[in-house]
Design a protein around this ligand. Structure first.
Ligand SMILES: *Cc1c(COP(=O)(O)O)cnc(C)c1O
Length: 485
């Protein structure tokens, strides 16, 4: 059950150990099946069984705490992995979509998400976006009073099936990452509930608008403690009760609690779990779970992060000022947050040899650099890993959400290809061995501890960007645009 130390330091068992073992098999198979080439020295891998397991765990977590028959929609925050086959995989696993732009709505629709499984949440919706959402009948959460006024006009012009809510900011406070904290006093999202007179104005807005039937908050994110998130949900529940008492009817029938469950970026363990959060919510806000309210959730990072791996070739190794440096092909274009804010977003790095086997050996403190032309382009600095050599591979772990899915085009570095992988015989796999495209045998039962034959089948999720595409997207179709008379 030990998947090689490859610089990770600890051995992991149970579900986390299986996920690590699947990852090692996939890395080996990626090399053996030729996914990494000179033209494509960095690829992204997504563990399909892991995604399915997280979706199932999310369903189970809320089923365990809600009254039987409670409508619960888990809408995946599309910005965390804006890839159509991923949205389709999640749809298959009973997960809807939370969208915040015309692009994200387009992706959700392309993945076949139906209107009643889709929620629109942007803070800057145009009249055209609102009109489209209302025509489709997808749920809309308004952000502010001006948007409510727009909705008044649109609904007067054409009735809609869309359930409509208002986003509120419970102003419960900041987490450890300022740029991601949505529930601070001055956050740009929603109606700031503790501002002078705001609460009364919100209640009035509901009494004036019988079609406002939902309340929305998204007060968590990486770095926010669970207890603070639960306090945000309690605030919104209490507001729903106040509105319903004032209306004398069950006007608010659904509470959208947002997403924001933090992810553990320091080991393979998935902590905290959706189940822990659901239990804490039920403890903190029991009335929300007694069957009177439908629920919507909008988790992104916690569903996908642990299941993604970026695999990059080490092009050169060198040394500067006594520090060994491995220059790789994964940097700011993929790990943008980590590169610009390494303290808040450290990533685990695993080392593999050129054949894709976990690299073992004494740890050496080294820097793992990216390919971009600025000094800060580092995946990790001063990291203890087995000594890397040119041609080796490094894997940036837990990158399934917000990393390779959200490319940053610095230095015109190409968007890497994304490949889903399935290990036959392992947890969650339904495939059979020996089908076309599953020719890579990447390890044996004995070395991985996984049941089954350990074959890895890849499916292309997103093709790598080509140089021709980079040129075309950079105005290459009309080079004379600025010099024509
Ligand atoms: C980003 C976002 C989410 C998802 O957040 P995660 O931290 O990825 O779970 C959910 N709802 C809204 C409104 C968001 O902006």
């Amino acid at each position: 059950m030990i998947a090689g130390t490859n610089g990770l330091g600890t051995e992991t068992r149970g579900a986390a150990g299986e996920s690590a073992a699947r990852r090692d098999l996939a890395v080996r198979a990626a090399v053996e099946q030729g996914l990494l080439t000179e033209a494509e020295p960095v690829v992204a891998l997504l563990d399909v069984a892991g995604v399915r397991a997280s979706a199932a765990a999310l369903h189970a977590a809320f089923t365990a705490v809600t009254a039987p028959g409670t409508p619960v929609l888990h809408a995946f925050a599309v910005k965390a992995a804006p890839l159509v086959p991923v949205l389709r995989l999640l749809r298959d696993a009973g997960i809807g979509a939370e969208v915040a732009s015309p692009g994200e709505l387009g992706l959700a629709r392309a993945a076949g998400l139906l209107p009643d499984r889709t929620v629109l949440d942007s803070p800057a919706k145009t009249p055209a976006e609102l009109r489209e959402a209302l025509a489709l009948g997808i749920a809309v959460n308004a952000d502010n009073p001006q948007e409510l006024a727009r909705l008044d006009a649109l609904l007067a012009a054409a009735p809609s099936r869309s359930p409509i809510g208002l986003r509120v900011n419970p102003q419960t406070g900041s987490g450890s990452i300022g740029a991601l904290s949505t529930a601070t006093a001055t956050s740009k999202f929603g109606v700031a509930l503790r501002d002078e007179g705001a609460r009364a104005r919100v209640v009035r807005a509901y009494l004036d608008r019988p079609w406002l039937t939902r309340l929305h908050t998204h007060s968590g994110s990486q770095g926010v403690p669970l207890a603070l998130m639960a306090e945000g949900v309690r605030t919104v529940y209490e507001l729903a009760e106040e509105i319903n008492a004032a209306a004398g009817r069950h006007q608010v029938d659904t509470v959208d609690i947002g997403g924001g469950l933090p992810v553990n970026f320091s080991s393979d363990d998935e902590t905290p779990t959706h189940a822990e959060y659901a239990r804490l919510l039920k403890e903190t806000v029991p009335g929300l779970f007694d069957g009177r309210y439908g629920l919507v959730t909008e988790f992104g990072r916690s569903l996908l992060a642990k299941h993604g791996t970026v695999l990059a070739r080490v092009e050169y190794t060198k040394s500067a000022g006594g520090r060994p440096i491995a220059v790789t092909h994964a940097g700011v274009q993929i790990a943008t947050r980590t590169v610009y804010d390494p303290e808040s977003w450290p990533l685990r790095i695993a080392a593999y040899d050129a054949g894709g086997r976990p690299r073992t050996g004494p740890d050496l403190t080294q820097d793992i650099a990216g390919p971009a032309c600025f000094t800060g382009d580092m995946l990790a600095t001063g990291r203890a890993l087995p000594a890397l050599e040119a041609g080796d591979l490094v894997a940036a772990l837990d990158t399934g959400a917000y990393y390779f899915a959200n490319h940053y085009a610095y230095n015109s570095l190409a968007r890497p290809g994304v490949h889903g992988f399935t290990v036959t015989g392992s947890t969650g796999s339904t495939g059979t061995a020996g089908t076309a495209g599953s020719t890579g045998t990447a390890g044996s039962t004995g070395s991985t501890g996984l049941p089954g034959d350990g074959r890895v089948r890849f499916a292309a999720v997103r093709p790598p960007q080509t140089v021709a595409e980079i040129v075309a997207e950079a105005g290459g179709g009309d080079p004379d645009a600025l010099v024509r008379n």
